[in-house]
Design a protein around this ligand. Structure first.
Ligand code: PLP
Length: 431
């Protein structure tokens, strides 16, 4: 029985699952199986022909994973989701599902370094061009658009710049041309709902806040079901022309009886089938367990991060605090429009002492973990110039907002006094 609620606190616990019909088990079972017995040959044929939805093989779908998918779609206000092995797989698939060799995508410059590398190098090698534009002027997306532009891509609360993306403004430009906005909402789940502002697709690294405990790499794509692919057949050929990889299916037609899910079904039945970035059922279970407390955890993450931003702003060792509450002008207006005072749990800052001070600060931390991750319940820190961003060109480092003295904190849910004490000691050591 689907739960009739719009409240994330309730959906996080109930969406997609009630209890196991066979045993009554309340916690979602881990269906640790590769394959599924077909009832008979007709059943098997129907499943492969998409006449009936059901389990075939865990690379393409799994009952534990599908609970996760339903829960993510419900929390996001989308119609369906596809869970994947990592956030990287989710951002790659989100683009590859629409853009082929010779096509292009216009993306914000304000991206996680791994996404930048994927777009600037790996997808480029495959013939898919990603054009990076400065999102502070939404019109830059229009300027970079041509007949082969298939999607716009952005992070809502970009890691590590933390300048909120103009979601509604860019989504509206795209909709004039039949171009969907794909929004990576990894840093701000529940805090902003990109679909409500006109985005068509949402991407997550569930590795972060959604899983929330630093146990499981995972990703997801959520289909908003709010984009009229059929209205733009020339702009979106991948969904509007026969797909040789699925016996000539025209996705917008073939999937119509199932609802406005052409985009996400195609991603599952072609990209996931062929490239195989399937999440393990065990990771799907751990992610589901993380989601149960996501709304509650976020409250503490957000209030602790605000306290850290306030604390850092008063420190002489710090030349700049990067947090939406410290922004002004158009940046701040956007932060308030989309985040409404809940500015997420990431805090960046620049140390007066530059690169070496950054190293000393990190080495002096005792409570914070020094790791390449965000969104763990524990507090985390990293010095991007010597780690995550060291493989990027100096121009790309600057474009993504990373300076030599930049330190990124992902504030956890520990007691705030312990967090501030650790920062205080490390700042003194860095000076
Ligand atoms: N998107 C954002 C905003 C991220 O921060 C990350 C990882 O740090 C990713 C995508 C990639 O996710 P994953 O590490 O799960 O592949």
């Amino acid at each position: 029985m689907p739960i009739d609620s719009k409240h994330p606190e309730t959906l996080a616990l109930h969406a997609g699952w009630r209890s196991d019909p066979a045993t009554g088990a309340v916690a979602p079972p881990i269906y640790q199986t590769t394959s599924y017995q077909f009832r008979d040959t007709e059943h098997a044929a129907n499943l492969f022909a998409l006449k009936e939805l059901g389990n075939i093989y865990t690379r393409i779908g799994n009952p534990t994973t599908s609970i996760l998918e339903e829960r993510l779609a419900a929390l996001e206000g989308g119609v369906a989701a596809l869970a994947l092995a990592s956030g990287q797989a989710a951002s790659a698939f989100a683009l590859q599902n629409l853009a082929r060799a010779g096509d292009n995508v216009v993306a914000s410059t304000d991206l996680y370094g791994g996404t930048w590398n994927l777009f600037a190098n790996t997808l480029k090698d495959q013939g898919l061009e990603v054009r990076f534009v400065d999102p502070s002027d939404p019109e830059n997306f229009r300027r970079a658009t041509d007949d082969r532009t298939r999607a716009y891509y952005a992070e809502t609360l970009p890691n590590p710049k933390l300048t909120v993306f103009p979601i509604a403004e860019v989504a509206a430009i795209g909709r004039e041309y039949g171009i969907p906005l794909i929004a990576d909402n990894t840093a701000a789940p529940l805090l902003v709902k990109p679909l409500e502002h006109g985005a068509a697709i949402v991407v997550y690294s569930t590795t972060k806040y959604i899983g929330g405990h630093g146990t499981s790499i995972g990703g997801a794509i959520i289909d908003g079901g709010n984009f009229d692919w059929e209205k733009f057949p020339e702009r979106q050929p991948a969904l509007n022309t026969p797909d040789a990889s699925y016996h000539g299916a025209v996705w917008v037609e073939a999937v119509k009886p199932l609802g406005p899910v052409a985009y996400i079904i195609k991603a599952r039945t072609t990209l996931l089938r062929d490239l195989g970035a399937a999440v393990s059922p065990f990771n799907a279970f751990l992610t589901l367990q993380g989601i149960e407390t996501l709304p509650l955890r976020l409250e503490r993450h957000v209030s602790n991060a605000q306290a850290v931003a306030d604390f850092l702003s008063k420190r002489a060792e710090v030349t700049k605090v990067i947090h939406p509450s410290r922004q002004s002008g158009a940046e701040r207006e956007r932060a308030d429009k989309y985040l409404k005072g809940k500015y997420g749990a990431l805090v960046g800052f620049e140390l007066a002492g530059g690169l070496e001070a950054g190293r000393r600060f990190i080495d002096a931390l005792k409570l914070f973990y020094h790791v390449a991750n965000i969104g763990d319940a524990r507090s985390l820190a990293i010095h991007p110039a010597t780690t995550t961003h060291s493989q990027l060109s100096p121009e790309a480092q600057l474009a993504t907002g990373v300076t030599p003295g930049y330190v990124r904190l992902a504030i956890g849910i520990e007691h705030i006094d312990d967090i501030l004490a650790d920062l205080d000691a490390a700042l003194k050591a860095a000076a």
